[in-house]
Write a protein that binds this ligand. Structure first.
Ligand code: ADP
Length: 220
């Protein structure tokens, strides 16, 4: 696949998720074809998105005519209409689109989308709900969890880690976490090393097992 083909994305369903995604892709320099069955939605977005069309994505003929088969990537951003979401995903799979992403509203929906050919399924509301749960109760400023309970967290530096080089603190040996980066007020993020001395008020990026980073981030 040429890079050009890779940077062409068809986005189907221009609700809140699909339209934000399509606009960000355009901002990143991708060539985006954005489709929705509701004319007024397409109309509203046509100034910001270069290629838009009104189409029912469950109609294979319509997709063919719009040249969807030439795209290397597709995102099915239809949520509420399960039937349309599933049918569209399976059509794209029949077309042989090499990289199909699909948005699901539940785990069950996600499983069906994988069955009918989605290569990657995202659960934005579910994932964001879990992420916010980590943030509302503690001191963390941001929280990203990967597989196998590994997490990356943005937080304020706890007192036990200030005014000494990181290598001399017990951050890694006792708390099992690694300080990856530091942001001082008014400065940009820099990587942390064993010699880095953190100050009160610094913002840090910490990685490690989810339980460990959470515990560490919530220390005074
Ligand atoms: P969000 O929660 O991101 O707003 P929705 O599921 O509410 O997502 O929106 C999905 C969008 O997909 C809507 O704008 C809707 O018009 C569009 N859509 C639904 N079915 C089809 C279809 N068969 N073909 C094209 N677009 C569709």
């Amino acid at each position: 696949d040429s890079p050009k083909r890779d940077s062409r994305v068809v986005v189907i369903g221009l609700g809140r998720f699909g339209s934000s995604l399509a606009m960000k892709l355009v901002e990143q320099g991708c060539e985006v074809l954005a489709l929705d069955s509701r004319p007024h939605i397409v109309q509203q977005l046509s100034d910001d998105l270069t290629h838009t069309a009104v189409a029912d994505s469950t109609d294979p003929q319509a997709l063919r005519q719009l040249g969807v088969l030439d795209f290397g990537r597709a995102v099915v951003a239809i949520g509420t209409d399960l039937e349309a979401s599933i049918l569209t995903t399976s059509l794209l799979s029949d077309f042989g689109i090499p990289n199909i992403w699909a948005k699901a509203v539940s785990r069950q929906h996600g499983r069906i989308l994988e069955r009918v050919g989605a290569h990657r399924v995202v659960l934005p509301e579910h994932d964001m709900g879990e992420r916010v749960a980590h943030l509302v109760t503690g001191r963390m400023l941001d929280y990203i969890e990967f597989e196998d309970n590994y997490a990356l967290v943005k937080t304020r530096v706890p007192m036990l880690a200030v005014n000494r080089p990181l290598g001399e603190t017990k951050v890694r040996s006792q708390y099992g976490v690694t300080v990856v980066g530091v942001k001082r007020p008014g400065e940009e993020f820099t990587y942390a090393t064993a010699e880095t001395v953190l100050n009160e008020g610094d913002i840090i990026i910490v990685s490690g097992r989810d339980r460990d980073v959470e515990h560490f981030a919530n220390l005074e």
